[in-house]
Write a protein of this length. Structure first.
Length: 216
């Protein structure tokens, strides 16, 4: 808590005691790192609420946030995204999770954080029906700087939503488009759409091109 000039904060989970976890979360929520620029959290602490409070105590200089958890029961992911939207105007790289009610926060994130270069959204639970909503928001509100998008393969996407997203990038270029996690709902038709825009030069790289369409 006394590291007022801290710029990079990287935390990895290594607690065996539940009491120690709660103690750590308490300190995290009350810490103030006004000059923080990079936040890298890889743990199962389920501390999105505390991370939100930490971000609110910064001075808006964060450029890179990476959050990973293998615990699918995490909550307050929307609160976390909202805190980033309101307090991180300079952010360029963001990896985080989406819950079933979080799409409402993505629009404000894209409108407020106009320096975003890379977005990666991971899935916590089986929320199949958010795929089209996510892609439509990305198509309509993404800043011009956003050139790398990685989204979960556990969400359902219509072919039309793929088309809509890539059409929005025709006047710029999508350097990187990936589907990660277990690829459940991606079909040959989705891969054909990606290949079409790859051939047109709209997409520079996609793992759907590299792996080919035979798997889908």
């Amino acid at each position: 808590m006394s590291l007022n000039n801290l710029k990079d904060l990287i935390i990895y989970y290594d607690f065996e005691s539940y009491g120690r976890i709660l103690e750590f979360q308490k300190y995290l929520a009350n810490s103030k790192f006004p000059d923080l620029q990079i936040l890298d959290i890889s743990d199962d602490l389920l501390c999105f609420k505390e991370l939100s409070m930490l971000i609110e105590n910064t001075n808006g200089n964060i450029t890179d946030i990476f959050v990973y958890t293998s615990n699918k029961s995490a909550e307050n992911t929307g609160m976390f995204i909202n805190s980033i939207s309101n307090n991180c105007p300079k952010i360029e790289f963001l990896t985080t999770y989406l819950g079933p009610k979080d799409l409402i926060h993505i629009k404000s994130l894209l409108k407020n954080c106009r320096n975003l270069k890379s977005l990666r959204f991971n899935s916590l639970n089986e929320i199949k029906n958010i795929g089209d909503g996510l892609l439509n928001i990305l198509a309509k509100f993404s800043p011009k700087s956003l050139s790398s998008i990685s989204i979960s393969g556990k969400w359902e996407y219509s072919v039309d939503s793929f088309e809509n997203l890539f059409e929005s990038y025709k006047k710029r270029r999508l350097l990187h488009f990936d589907i990660h996690d277990e690829i459940v709902y991606i079909t040959t038709e989705h891969a054909k759409v990606v290949k079409k825009y790859f051939d047109e030069g709209v997409i520079a790289y996609s793992n759907l091109i590299i792996t080919g369409t035979s798997e889908y």
